[in-house]
Design a protein around this ligand. Structure first.
Ligand SMILES: [Zn+2]
Length: 300
């Protein structure tokens, strides 16, 4: 494989790039309508990908949700509406005529960070704290996808059985307590006015006590998640990313919370380096690692 058309399909944004040996040659982004109509998504994918596909040898997609055997779903399929069970892999393969790979976006980002850190940490967790909390795991130098594509959804591990209801349908997940969205909800309830996670974070940086309490709670929950992963998986490092994860001082707060725990719970903690390109870079590297295997390319 020489040139990959790498795609990042998010909730509100679709981006695509031509990547050769990890170098981005050309990149385009479009805002997508928040529609759950499969025809709308197919049209947006076709408009963006078909013109770029003539310059590519393979397509690789980092997608929101769970990718189970090339089909888009979610922990809570109701959240996807009409997009549940969208056969993303076969649709893109037939619109481009190219072999297509699809993985979850946090898994792709984990693979990007693993490679960006030059495979120094063969047992690595990537955690992104953003609007939600996503994660991906590399074990023994291999990206873990899982038999149903679920591997690494650590944002839905339990943090507090009496906590808020999570979007997945379970109560008290890490995401329901530590995400930017969760911080916004907690702030809105306290200040009695709608707040975003970003607003709460800037109030924390201004030393407002309630905002500080909310952000510290988030960092504590993430530290406990890291400790749980470390004691289960015997990790070499945890890479923290996302809009909240890389916000000023957040990584230090997580580090401080980890320092209260016994040494065995504390892996090396590192910042994510790939930024907003982590999804497309990880997807292209994933296709590259698959294409080194003796596979037969069967175009749908
Ligand atoms: Zn959940």
């Amino acid at each position: 494989m020489s040139r990959c058309l790498a795609v990042d399909l998010g909730g509100t944004k679709l981006s695509a790039a031509l990547i050769e040996h990890g170098i981005i040659l050309k990149k385009q982004c479009v805002e997508t309508l928040s529609s759950s109509d499969p025809a709308v998504l197919s049209a947006a994918l076709s408009d963006l990908l078909v013109p770029m596909s003539c310059e590519a040898d393979v397509v690789s997609v980092a997608s929101t949700g769970i990718i189970n055997d090339g089909i888009l779903t979610a922990l809570n399929p109701e959240n996807l509406g009409g997009l549940n069970a969208y056969p993303i892999e076969s649709i893109i393969a037939s619109m481009t005529g190219l072999k297509t790979w699809v993985i979850n976006d946090a898994q792709a980002a984990a693979w990007a960070e693993f490679n960006r850190y030059e495979a120094q940490y063969p047992n690595m967790a990537f955690i992104t704290v953003s609007t939600g909390v996503g994660a991906g795991l590399v074990l023994n130098g291999q990206l873990q996808i899982g038999a149903r594509g679920i591997f690494g959804h650590a944002g839905h591990m339990l943090a507090d059985p009496n906590g808020p209801l999570c979007g997945c349908g379970r109560r008290g997940c890490v995401e329901a307590l530590a995400s930017g969205r969760a911080m916004g909800f907690a702030g809105s309830a306290y200040y009695n006015q709608p707040c975003t996670g970003k607003e709460i974070y800037s109030r924390y940086l201004d030393n407002q006590p309630k905002a500080r309490e909310i952000v510290l709670r988030s960092a504590e929950v993430i530290a406990q998640l890291i400790a749980n992963l470390n004691i289960t998986l015997d990790l070499d490092a945890v890479v923290l990313g996302g809009g909240v994860g890389l916000a000023p001082n957040y990584l230090s707060l997580v580090e401080e919370a980890l320092c209260c725990l016994p040494l065995v719970y504390r892996p090396k903690l590192l910042p994510a380096l790939c930024g907003t390109d982590a999804g497309i870079i990880g997807a292209s590297l994933w296709a590259e690692s698959n294409c080194t295997l003796p596979v037969t390319f069967e175009i749908a």
